[in-house]
Design a protein around this ligand. Structure first.
Ligand SMILES: CCCCC/C=C/C(=O)SCCNC(=O)CCNC(=O)[C@H](O)C(C)(C)COP(=O)(O)OP(=O)(O)OC[C@H]1O[C@@H](n2cnc3c(N)ncnc32)[C@H](O)[C@@H]1OP(=O)(O)O
Length: 358
């Protein structure tokens, strides 16, 4: 059935009532269809390379080519109706009380003296949004004070985490790309500082592939248990970026400068076994037994005298902390500059335009 002008207007009103931001990809699709339905094919000049937001919008609209206005209107109505029919999104993450589970892109649970922070965005391979960085910091703050002995990070679905959400870069504030780069650098520095200063043992249960920042911060963890399906990938150079999470210091220290260079400069992806041989991973488990074996082991660790555990960790960690803060500051400044580079803009655009196809 063809959508009438009335259906189209009703869909426009419906979008305004949505409580949750549908995400940049959906917004781009809606934008493109709206423009096509109301103005026809895009004949605006192509925005400049650094104007990420307008460039992404232009790409999405242009990709519709000569799609007739009526079809665009119909596709808009269909898209809105399919999204509105989808189940209501869960509430945002919050630090949980004992045993409580919060929904959202991050799930925090606390049980048997273990606080678990789960990346819960499986449809996006658990890419970390700006809100998730903030929620992880809140969860770590709460976990540092609760009665848990261990804090675990893990992922829901087939991925552990695909790193920073690359669409983070498209939301340019009034201060322009410079302000965006500055606020990202502040956020990143604060985020990594939380891991450097965290007072209890940090454990990663790497259930699948890990990319970018989810790999680099592993150098700040005490234990990294990985599925044999997991891979470890830091594709910074292809993205026009440079290493973060103190990996420019922890990785060479852990695996030697040459192996670290292969990963951090040349983006070589490691298998779980290779990452274990390099000291990044503590132990690799068959995917089918990972959960059972790891959680049994972790529960046993929580029975150890907690003050002895904390003291041992503190004496192991305290000496390097100041250095790590300095490394973090240096890496964030390098990244602030990288985010303003054409190399980075092109890489993000490549990813975005792949996504803007309708
Ligand atoms: C402010 C602090 C900054 C901190 C600095 C951090 C730096 C980093 O972390 S750099 C690393 C950034 N991550 C990446 O470059 C990974 C990008 N993603 C991919 O290369 C691929 O998606 C993949 C290899 C992770 C998975 O490929 P595939 O199995 O083919 O699945 P899809 O590509 O179809 O992905 C499914 C779905 O998920 C979305 N998605 C995946 N990763 C990201 C991401 N990092 N950011 C945003 N979105 C991501 C992807 O767009 C697909 O979405 P739909 O098309 O809507 O299904």
């Amino acid at each position: 059935m063809r959508a009438s002008q009335k259906d189209f207007e009703s869909a426009l009103r419906q979008v305004k009532l949505w409580k949750k931001d549908p995400g940049n990809e959906v917004k781009l699709k809606l934008y493109a269809l709206y423009k096509q339905a109301t103005e026809g094919p895009c004949n605006l000049p192509k925005p400049g390379m650094m104007d990420l937001v307008n460039k992404a919008k232009w790409d999405a609209w242009s990709a519709l080519g000569s799609l007739p206005k009526e079809t665009a209107r119909e596709n808009y109505v269909d898209l809105v109706s399919s999204l509105s029919a989808a189940s209501e999104p869960p509430s945002p993450a919050k630090p949980a009380a004992d045993g409580e589970q919060a929904g959202g892109d991050l799930v925090v649970t606390s049980e048997n003296h273990i606080t678990t922070i789960t990346f819960n965005r499986p449809a996006k391979k658990n890419a970390i949004t700006t809100q998730m960085y903030r929620d992880i910091m809140l969860a770590l703050q709460a976990a540092s004070k609760d009665d848990s002995v261990l804090t675990v990070l893990t992922g829901n679905g087939d991925y552990y985490c695909s790193g920073n959400d690359l669409t983070n870069f498209t939301d340019i504030p009034p201060g322009g790309p410079e302000e965006k780069a500055r606020t990202n650098a502040v956020l990143l520095r604060e985020f990594v500082d939380y891991f450097i200063d965290f007072p209890k043992p940090l454990v990663a249960v790497v259930n699948g592939p890990a990319v970018g920042i989810s790999v680099t911060i592993l150098g700040l963890f005490d234990l990294v248990y990985a599925s044999d399906r997991a891979t470890f990938h830091t594709p910074f150079s292809p993205l026009g970026l440079s290493p973060e999470g103190c990996s420019s210091y922890t990785f060479p220290k852990m695996m030697g400068p040459s192996k670290a260079a292969e990963m951090l400069i040349f983006g070589r992806k490691l298998t779980a076994q290779e990452a274990c041989a390099q000291g990044l991973v503590t132990e690799v488990f068959p995917d089918s037994t990972l959960q059972k074996e790891v959680w049994t082991r972790l529960r046993a660790y929580t029975k150890l005298p907690p003050n002895a555990v904390r003291t041992s960790r503190e004496v192991m960690r305290s000496k390097g902390r100041e250095r790590l803060h300095a490394v973090n500051a240096e890496e964030c400044e390098a990244l602030r500059q990288r985010w303003l580079s054409e190399e980075c803009a092109s890489a993000v655009l490549r990813f975005m335009s792949r996504k803007a196809k309708l």
